[in-house]
Write a protein that binds this ligand. Structure first.
Ligand SMILES: [Fe+2]
Ligand SMILES: [Fe+2]
Length: 472
């Protein structure tokens, strides 16, 4: 394992220095990445000192360095988790064979597509969030936004490294295209739907990092099982950083909910908008929206591709090794839900093409845990309201439920009923305008916007009123 040279132009633990051709290719890509960052990365604040975490190694005990850095000077490096000696492929038809250190020729195109699809989400989210700095509720939150942004930039580097190092000219072309597509662009959109939606306000940002970054966690966890060892090691290290993004979302929603409950109690009313807080039913609508969009990211319930990725050893299940089965799944079944006339039915389907649905189930269970914690905040405040994950069929555009009208409580409903309740279930223009109206920046250290409670502690042992982003 090469030592990390943090002083290199591209910090890395993949011994870039000894591969001149690859080093040169990445050094040519680097200025284009920086141009992309300047063009569509965070708007403003580029000359500010931001208290950021930078990955400097993959050592579990101390992989990150915290300090002030200007975002364009962030050290976007290439870090792969340590190789596991003697690692074998854990599933599919190559199960038990040594993990691949080079791309297996017959799966080259598929593997490249998987890497590009994952890689595309990283710059997309930076683009989606680029205007949020202007309306930050505090310096603490502003810093967290930029932390997420620079790390999504590093995740792009991680995927671009794989494309450059293992996929020859096709890989280099894909690495360019990752800088050409734009979130929400009519002609050159990002690949996946949820990554073309705007993130116009901080409630959306927290929902996005809770629900959509969590989709990322599950995709990365499956790719971390891959028989292609460089991909596995890349994704394992990305997951280390990803945990913070979901923390930002969960804690952000939790603090909004806490603040709302405080206002409800203080003024003895549900009508908290008058007092500049976000009512819980609006939080629920945003939750419904972002959750349903994120469920779509897992793809169709029945997908031949999903089964093929698995059988080919490219993409495993979440925590593959913990499943007490044959890890081949040729004869296994899995319950899959679908609308059938005016009912929703669950049937056993062959397990391989149902792998998207299985992963979605893992994700749903994980999402529920955060909702439970938000509800504890509400309950402790003595407020009679519970947030809920809507039914998996609600507001879906991909898979079995696409085109069906499903209520949040999981009933097949008529078009008339859907239309009658739509504004209770999903954010309306008026809801969005109200949330937007609260988005006035708060940038004095230790101060917080009135619609969100302060966090219980600061970052890396710093106080909450630390100057996380220094005044320009
Ligand atoms: Fe990421
Ligand atoms: Fe993320």
């Amino acid at each position: 394992m090469a030592a990390v040279d943090y002083q290199d132009r591209i910090p890395n633990n993949v011994d870039l220095a000894s591969n001149r051709r690859l080093l040169r290719a990445l050094e040519e890509w680097q200025p284009r990445f920086l141009r992309w960052w300047a063009d569509v990365g965070p708007q403003g604040f580029q000359a500010r000192d931001v208290y950021l975490r930078t990955a400097v190694s993959v050592d579990a005990a101390g992989w990150a360095h915290f300090g002030y850095v200007r975002m364009p000077d962030y050290r976007w490096g290439i870090f792969l988790a340590e190789p596991e000696p003697g690692r074998t492929i854990g599933f599919g038809s190559y199960r038990g064979q040594p993990a691949w250190t080079e791309v297996p020729g017959e799966h080259r195109g598929t593997l490249r597509r998987l890497i590009v699809t994952q890689g595309d989400t990283e710059p997309a989210s930076v683009e989606q969030q680029r205007h949020l700095g202007r309306t930050c509720p505090s310096l603490y939150d502003l810093r967290n936004l930029f932390q997420v942004n620079v790390e999504e930039g590093r995740h792009l580097w991680a995927m671009v490294y794989l494309l450059h190092a293992y996929f020859g000219r096709d890989g280099r072309e894909e690495a360019e295209a990752l800088l050409q597509r734009r979130s929400g662009d009519h002609d050159r959109p990002r690949i996946l739907g949820a990554f073309n939606e705007p993130t116009p306000d901080w409630l959306s940002f927290f929902m996005f990092t809770y629900f959509t970054d969590r989709d990322g966690k599950y995709q990365l966890a499956c790719l971390a099982e891959s028989g292609f060892d460089p991909l596995s090691r890349t994704c394992r290290f990305m997951l280390t950083e990803e945990a913070h993004h979901m923390f930002v979302g969960e804690a952000g929603i939790g603090r909004i909910v806490r603040r709302t409950c405080e206002v409800m109690r203080e003024h003895r009313t549900d009508d908290v908008r008058r007092y500049g807080a976000i009512d819980l039913s609006t939080v629920q609508k945003y939750l419904n929206f972002h959750y349903s969009l994120s469920l779509d990211l897992f793809g169709g319930e029945i997908s031949t591709n999903a089964g093929n990725f698995y059988t080919a050893g490219l993409k495993g299940r979440f925590e593959e090794t913990k499943h007490p089965d044959d890890h081949v799944l040729r004869d296994a079944t899995y319950p899959v839900t679908a609308p059938d006339g005016d009912r929703i039915v669950t049937r056993l389907e062959p397990a391989l093409p149902a792998l998207n649905e299985r992963l979605r189930d893992d994700y749903i269970a994980d999402c529920q845990r955060g909702v439970d914690r938000w509800n504890q905040v509400i309950q402790r405040a003595g407020v009679d309201f519970r947030l809920r994950l809507p039914h998996r069929g609600f507001h879906r555009t991909i898979g079995n439920f696409a085109g069906a009208r499903i209520s949040p409580d999981g009933r097949v409903i008529s078009a008339a009923e859907w239309e009658a309740h739509r504004t209770e279930w999903l954010p309306t223009d008026a809801d969005r305008a109200f949330v937007q109206s609260l988005m006035t920046p708060v940038v004095a250290p230790g101060r917080f916007a009135g619609w969100i409670a302060p966090p219980s502690r600061g970052i890396n042992g710093q106080p909450v009123d630390f100057e996380y982003v220094r005044a320009g």
